[in-house]
Unconditional design. Structure first.
Ligand code: SF4
Ligand code: SF4
Length: 389
C-alpha cells in the first residue's frame, strides 16, 4: 500500500454514524426478504427458483452459465455464507484435533508478542488467498441481532452468540477478476463474483483453522453473522462509497469481504482515508450506469429507502429492492456499480499516480474523472473477448 495515497484516521465506521445503531436483523437483508416479506415474495419465483434458459447472446450462453455454476461451487457446497453459514469451512467449531500433522492436544502458542502473532495471522491469510487483510477490535454493533438462514424448508431465524472473549475481527478482502467484472451485467461478471465468494470460503475457513491450531478459537464468516463493510472499515481496508460498497486503495470496489472472529489477542490496524468521499461527491458514474436506478445521486443521507437499509448511518443508501428486481430480470447478478467505478482499475504507474492525486489534490478530481471517461474506463467489455486468452 502506498502511504502517500492514504492517511490514517481516528474513527473507522463510527465516522458515518449519526444516531443510535441497533444491531441489524438479518431477515431485513434483501436476499432474505423474499422468504418472509409478502411484498417481496414474488422474487422467490422470479429470482431464486426461476429456470434461466441460455440465450444466443454473448455472455448469456450455456458456456457462460456453466462458468458461473462452477465458480460458486465452493461457496454453495462448503460455506453457504450467503444462505446462513455455520457449515463446512464456515463451521464455528473444530473437530478438536490436528488431522495433519498429528500434534499433542491442548497446546497453545506464546502470545507475549502480539505484533508478531498479528503479522503471522496476516501472513497466513495472504497465503490462503487474501488480497488484503486487517485487524480491528470487534464492535458488536455490527453483529446481526439474529441471523436469518435460507434452508430447504424455508427461512429460519437463529440466535447469534459470539462468546464475550472474542474481542477481535480479522477482515479479509479477496480480489475479483478485472476482465470478468468488466463484462457486467453479463455472466462472466457473475463468474468473477462467484469465484470471489468461493475464495472467501477458502480463505476465511483456512485462516480460522490456523488460529485454532495456535490454541485459540475462531469463527469464520462470509456474508453471515455480521455486516462485513463496517468491520472492514474498522480494520483499515477502505472507505464506503456512493455505490454502497467498500472501496479499497488497491482494487477499488472489486473485492469481496469475509471475516474471522477470534479470542486470539491481536494488534488492531488503524482506519484509513484516501479521498473516496470527495471523489464520489463529483462522480456519479455508478448511479448513471445502474440499470435499475438503485444508486442515489447527490450527497449522502441518513434517510433509508426501506427496511433493508440501516438507520443511524449517513451514507449513500442503495435501494436493494429495485436492485434485486433487476437481477431477476437479468437472469443473474449485476456488477455495473463495480465495473464503472473509477477506483476499479488494475495497479500500474499511471493509475497509482491518479490515486495519489485523488488523495492529495482533490481540486483536480473533475479532471481525473474526465480522463477516466475519455479513456473509456468502465465501459462494458465484450463477453466473447473474455474467452479469448
Ligand atoms: S448491482 Fe447493478 S442494479 Fe444493483 S445497484 Fe449495482 S449497478 Fe445497480
Ligand atoms: S463510480 Fe464514482 S460515485 Fe460511484 S462509487 Fe465509484 S467513485 Fe464513487
Amino acid at each position: 500500500m502506498d502511504l502517500g495515497s492514504i492517511s490514517y484516521v481516528k474513527d473507522g465506521a463510527q465516522r458515518y454514524v449519526t444516531g443510535d445503531i441497533t444491531p441489524f436483523d438479518q431477515r431485513n437483508e434483501m436476499f432474505k426478504r423474499p422468504f418472509w416479506d409478502p411484498q417481496m415474495a414474488f422474487l422467490q419465483e422470479q429470482f431464486y427458483f426461476a429456470r434461466v434458459a441460455p440465450r444466443d447472446k454473448p455472455g448469456y450462453t450455456l458456456t457462460d452459465q456453466a462458468l458461473v455454476n462452477a465458480a460458486w461451487r465452493l461457496e454453495n457446497e462448503y460455506g453457504l455464507g450467503v444462505r446462513g453459514g455455520r457449515m463446512g469451512l464456515y463451521a464455528w467449531d473444530w473437530n478438536g484435533r490436528f488431522s495433519y500433522p498429528h500434534v499433542p492436544e491442548g497446546l497453545k502458542i506464546n502470545i507475549e508478542d502480539v505484533g508478531l502473532t498479528t503479522r503471522r495471522v496476516k501472513k497466513a491469510a495472504r497465503l490462503f488467498g487474501a488480497a488484503m487483510v486487517g485487524v480491528c477490535k470487534l464492535d458488536r454493533r455490527w453483529i446481526y441481532s439474529k441471523s436469518y438462514n435460507i434452508t430447504p424448508e424455508g427461512g429460519k431465524e437463529e440466535e447469534i452468540n459470539i462468546p464475550e472473549d472474542f474481542k477481535y475481527a480479522v477482515a479479509i478482502a479477496v480480489e475479483m477478476d478485472y476482465e470478468g467484472i468488466n463484462c457486467s451485467p453479463a455472466l462472466p461478471a457473475s463468474a468473477a463474483t462467484g469465484t470471489g465468494y468461493s475464495r472467501m470460503v477458502f480463505t476465511a475457513g483456512l485462516l480460522a483453522q490456523f488460529i485454532r491450531g495456535l490454541g485459540f478459537d475462531a469463527i469464520p464468516c462470509g456474508n453471515d453473522t455480521a455486516c462485513s463493510i463496517p468491520i472492514a472499515i474498522d480494520a483499515g481496508l477502505g472507505e464506503i462509497a456512493r455505490n454502497g460498497l467498500l472501496i479499497t486503495p488497491g482494487y477499488g470496489p472489486r473485492v469481496r469481504l469475509a471475516k474471522v472472529f477470534t479470542n486470539l489477542p491481536l494488534l488492531p490496524d488503524r482506519p484509513i482515508e484516501f479521498g473516496v468521499k470527495d471523489f464520489c461527491m463529483i462522480c456519479e458514474k455508478c448511479a448513471q450506469k445502474c440499470p435499475s436506478q438503485s444508486i442515489m445521486s447527490g450527497p449522502p443521507s441518513a434517510e433509508p429507502h426501506n427496511i433493508s437499509n440501516r438507520t443511524g448511518v449517513n451514507t449513500w443508501h442503495i435501494n436493494a429492492e429495485t436492485c434485486l428486481q433487476y437481477w431477476a430480470r437479468n437472469g443473474c447478478d449485476c456488477s455495473n456499480c463495480i465495473r464503472t467505478c473509477p477506483f476499479n482499475k488494475p495497479p500500474g504507474l499511471l493509475h497509482d499516480g491518479v490515486r495519489w492525486g485523488i488523495k492529495n489534490t482533490p481540486l483536480l478530481n473533475k479532471l481525473f474523472l474526465k480522463g477516466d471517461i475519455f479513456f473509456g474506463y468502465g465501459l462494458k467489455g465484450n463477453p466473447d473477448k473474455f474467452w479469448e486468452d
